[in-house]
Ligand binder design. Structure first.
Ligand code: NAP
Length: 295
């Protein structure tokens, strides 16, 4: 199938690799052209603009920073929706507020095209292996078109309602994760004076109620951060976590509710970003917190 990915950041690039590995004919575009180079070397075509990309392919995937990035890519001259796109399918996978996907679905429908939103759980490794978790929102008929492709990217795809429902589910699932990173940092602070080997410490947490699912995937990175060793490149960075947490807090306010635990976690992540960790992986946060009482 002719597939396009507009936005080849960390997740977009990893998904592009996956789609090429299962035989799709891929075209990419990115605002910063350098980030398409590796994909081009691996056989992807590079479009001159989002509009040119949309014109060329049957399905367009986007996974971008935030609502501003979505607006920049879809709207305006040279944007994804600026050309003839009737009959095409757009799959929007960024983590944003539900209302952003609802508004986008209307714009896409007005052009005679269809939108399925499917933000994902899992980071770049699962994206490359086709093992993400997809939280999909859209009309049943559009979902039926999107599902075969989404199932090549995801180990599980849950269609949870109309446009906006996937975004809501994704924000909800990430909330306990981010609160957990902070809670783990605080727990590690309590047992720092035991001077246990970091790998052993993380193994104890992993095998008890001190674990969250994420520790199975990222426990080794947390241990590396605790040991002061190289934990590898960032997959989901601290700045992006702050963006997600702010989005959750805004959404709760719009619903007339409050998220005191998420707001406290946000303050800690923002503090970490101000301290220079913005571009570092989220798994650095627990070690940073635990280190606060080191003498
Ligand atoms: N990383 C993860 O583990 C992970 C996991 C699940 C979900 N997510 C979600 O996936 C989305 C992308 O995350 P990521 O880690 O892949 O981020 P990233 O590496 O920073 O990539 C962001 C992408 O958005 C583009 N972009 C940002 N602002 C733009 C604008 N104004 N106009 C055009 N393009 C713009 C960037 O283009 P440039 O290269 O030109 O800046 C880049 O292609 C986020 O919503 C994040 O919350 C991430």
């Amino acid at each position: 199938m002719k597939v396009g990915i507009a936005g080849t950041g960390r997740m977009g690039s990893a998904m592009a690799q996956r789609l090429m590995s299962v035989g799709h004919e891929l075209t990419v575009w990115n605002r910063t052209p350098d980030k398409t180079r590796e994909l081009a070397a691996a056989g992807a075509a590079v479009a001159a603009s989002p509009a040119a990309l949309a014109e060329k392919v049957e399905v367009v995937l986007t996974i971008l920073t935030d609502d501003k990035a979505i607006a920049a890519l879809y709207n305006g001259p040279g944007g994804l929706l600026s050309g003839r796109v009737a009959g095409k399918l757009f799959i929007e996978m960024s983590t944003v507020r539900p209302e952003v996907e609802v508004a986008l679905a209307k714009k896409v429908a007005a052009k005679g095209a269809a939108l399925v939103e499917c933000p994902v759980g899992g980071t770049t490794g699962p994206a490359r292996e086709g093992k993400l978790f997809g939280f999909a929102g859209g009309e049943d008929a559009d979902m039926a078109r999107a599902r075969p492709l989404l199932e090549q990217l995801c180990r599980r795809v849950e269609h949870v309602g109309p446009a906006g429902a996937g975004a809501r589910m994704k924000l909800a699932v990430n909330l306990p994760l981010y609160v957990y990173w902070q809670a783990l940092g605080e727990a590690l602070l309590l047992c720092r004076s035991l001077n246990l080997d970091p790998e052993r410490l993380i193994s104890i947490f992993s095998d008890t109620s001190g674990a969250s699912n994420v520790i199975k995937m990222r426990g080794a990175s947390v241990a590396a951060h605790l040991a002061g060793a190289d934990a590898g490149p960032a997959t989901m960075n601290v700045d992006m976590v702050c963006k997600d947490l702010r989005t959750m807090v805004e959404e709760a306010k719009a619903l007339g509710g409050a998220l005191p635990a998420a707001e406290a976690a946000l303050k800690c992540f923002e503090d970490a970003a101000r301290g220079g960790l913005g571009q570092h992986d989220q798994s650095a946060l627990p070690a940073r917190w635990a280190d606060r009482i080191r003498t």
